[in-house]
Design a binder for this molecule. Structure first.
Ligand code: COS
Length: 388
């Protein structure tokens, strides 16, 4: 019996798990160690039609929405969250086009992403605009039918490996937040180059790169929604995509939990398999409880958002916060179950613990998420009335 997933979603889940086991597991250590972007694996995901999952059917996709994207992301992250991020980061970069693109923009860009021919990225963050997302210094000066973008975006997932970027820049800095505007910018445009590649603690197979714009000319047709609506585009995008971060964290937790159960079932101390000790059973039971709660919240929320639910800011923040905290707790406990072996790179749980940390930070720290949730409660009341 499957309460929440239909046939097609189950197929996505099974296919993603199979690819993760067969193609990703054997190489995850190497990609992590070398901080190498998994181009070949992205090509395999494309060939397997996984990028079609979250693209609407009218644009060569499967129309499985945030739910489909989350399920694929969860399964890929169960084995390697860094490699999975090439996929999930494309989901994030595509979301503003799906949500706010006009017909022409959707027709031009979405089929190329659906086929996996092109990856996408989202350029919001800057050195001075992290949690304070509206404090963007990148400007876009109007020049006839074009805009000229100048500024630097930081910590951009899929930077340099993506071809299609959604960039938030200010067309009217005097108007502050009301000058912010979202532009689609393609790799290869004159004045658009790449800067520093970050050397990270975890998700090392994911590219995290600076985007540098120096008088980069972009046609006015590339504006999403309209001038001055960029903050709305960014915030709404994050409302949706944070469910994907939750799914990524859930996958990491699931992977660490399975590794822990397998290890504890083999490791002998005091003449017994350590899984027979109640202190270990306590840890494993807590992992299982948290993961099932995280999975239920993620799947129900994804279905709610895909079904047109209204309270998505609160829901997205809840999924992201809960699942990422679970991932951090479960992976830390997994290292504990493995003991000294958990701390060395020969076993996968130390990588899972490093990978988990970022999910509490990116797409808005969990502290910011709790502010969003509290603000929504104050504005809309305690209950999410249309969710169940
Ligand atoms: N959907 C639609 N509109 C939204 C919105 C949402 N989820 N959140 C905010 N807005 C609108 C508000 O309604 C407000 O509009 P009006 O001025 O017309 O009333 C406007 O945006 C400004 O909102 P607010 O005053 O709440 O903005 P703040 O600058 O205080 O920022 C937070 C709010 C902190 C929530 C926001 O900056 C944030 O999410 N920060 C984290 C950013 C992040 O996730 N960074 C990581 C990026 S990784 S890609």
């Amino acid at each position: 019996m499957h309460l929440l997933l239909s046939g097609e979603l189950l197929e996505v889940k099974n296919l993603s798990r199979q690819i993760a086991e067969e193609k990703i597991k054997p190489v995850r250590e190497e990609y992590d160690e070398q901080a190498k972007f998994p181009k070949e694996i992205m090509e395999y995901l494309a060939k397997s039609d996984l990028f079609r999952v979250f693209i609407p059917e009218e644009y060569d996709g499967m129309g499985l929405g945030i739910t489909g994207m989350s399920i694929a992301t969860e399964e890929l992250s169960r084995v390697c969250a860094g490699i999975a991020l090439g996929y999930a980061g494309t989901g994030l970069g595509t979301m503003p086009i799906i949500l706010f693109g006009n017909e022409e923009q959707k027709k031009k860009y979405l089929p190329q992403i659906a086929s996996g021919e092109k990856l996408a990225a989202f350029g919001l963050t800057e050195a001075e605009a992290g949690s304070d997302a509206s404090n963007i210094k990148t400007v876009a000066k109007k020049d006839g039918d074009f805009y000229r973008i100048t500024g630097t975006k930081q910590f951009i997932t899929n930077g340099e490996v993506a071809d299609i970027y959604v960039i938030i820049a200010n067309v009217n800095p005097e108007r502050g937040i009301r000058g912010l505007t979202a532009f689609i910018v393609e790799k290869g445009e004159k004045g658009f180059t790449f800067g520093k590649h970050e050397n990270k603690m975890g998700i090392r197979a994911s590219a995290t790169v600076e985007l540098v714009f120096d008088d980069c000319k972009v046609p006015k047709e590339n504006i999403l929604l309209s001038e001055g609506q960029g903050f709305k585009v960014a915030m709404k995008t994050l409302d949706y995509s944070r469910i994907g971060v939750g799914a990524q964290a859930l996958g990491i937790a699931q992977g660490a939990y399975e590794e822990s159960v397998n290890y504890a079932s083999q490791r002998v101390q005091f003449g017994q398999k350590i899984i027979t000790f109640q202190m270990i059973q306590n840890i494993i039971a807590n992992m299982a409880i948290k993961i099932e709660a995280a999975r239920s919240l993620t799947y129900i929320s994804a279905k709610y958002v895909d079904g047109g639910g209204k309270d998505i800011a609160r829901v997205g923040s809840m999924v992201k916060t809960f699942c990422s905290d679970v991932a951090m707790e479960v992976t830390t406990d997994a290292v504990q179950v493995f003991g000294g072996y958990g701390y060395i790179k020969e076993y996968p749980v130390e990588k899972m613990m490093r990978d988990a940390k970022i999910t509490q930070i990116y797409e808005g720290t969990n502290q910011i998420q709790r502010l969003v949730i509290a603000q929504e409660i104050i504005k809309r009341g305690c209950e999410i009335t249309d969710m169940y």
